[in-house]
Ligand binder design. Sequence first.
Ligand SMILES: C[S@@+](CC[C@H](N)C(=O)[O-])C[C@H]1O[C@@H](n2cnc3c(N)ncnc32)[C@H](O)[C@@H]1O
Length: 279
Amino acid sequence: MSSDLDLKAASPILKWAGGKGALLSQFAPHFPALGRYKRYFEPFLGGAAVFFHLQPAESFLYDLNPQLIEVYSVVRENVEELISALKIHHNDREYFYEIRAQQPNELTSIQRAARFIFLNRTCYNGLYRVNRQGQFNVPFGKYKNPTICDEQGLRLASSSLQQAHLEVADFEVVLGIAERDDLVYFDPPYEPLSPTSSFTSYTSDGFTSADQRRLADTFRTLDARGCLLMLSNSSAPLIYELYQDFHIHEINARRAINSKANGRGIIKELLITNFRASD
Ligand SMILES: C[S@@+](CC[C@H](N)C(=O)[O-])C[C@H]1O[C@@H](n2cnc3c(N)ncnc32)[C@H](O)[C@@H]1O
């Protein structure tokens, strides 16, 4: 790990729907004190805002999106080559569609990771959406001057990831590994507040109410095992019902509101824990 890098300053390298960066100050009172937990698990990694914030010594990070996990693996293993590959890219509409049309399997892992970061930084709202054939299909974002290659940010993220185990897996993988006193933070795709507000395009598969129940079962199993658990979700009635036996904290988030085309508003989300940080 480089000593000249301030690890505390590491932060997400991708824009990710549902990113928790803006909510960390509201989460702060609920995190367990350092030293209270052993290892850290984050099975819905996405933009990894909580991982980068906590900087745990030993961590297990999972996501169902293989392209995303590959990006973090390349950042960890080949950050200088990745930076060189990213410098080739530039923010131009025609160029964006040329890169978007590339077949990822014809690229090296470093080129693929650079392409993913480039598309993420220059596409509309940093969304990740693929069509039925698995091809990325978000349009050009029309940003004036997006940061495509944040060298310092990538090197900080690389240092933070050195001790991390990264894997493409469904969240239930934690059942086989997490032990007493490990901390697990779950940030699943949210249960929709209304049938029309569903946003399930993180992968080509949606995350259904049945998956929310499967997740609540996983939460209960790990609770019985003595793990420290935190989970984010929407304030949908199903979530209050599934986690009624645990501590439910209400969080104010600024999110895009579906009913207003491009509007953003304050919306109530939930942070559920099975412990009190003050205990
Ligand atoms: C709300 S996002 C996580 C946001 C992230 N915590 C952040 O701060 O940016 C949900 C993530 O869960 C992943 N995902 C969806 N279904 C999954 C499953 N069954 N198991 C593991 N990950 C899954 C998606 O690919 C997506 O990256």
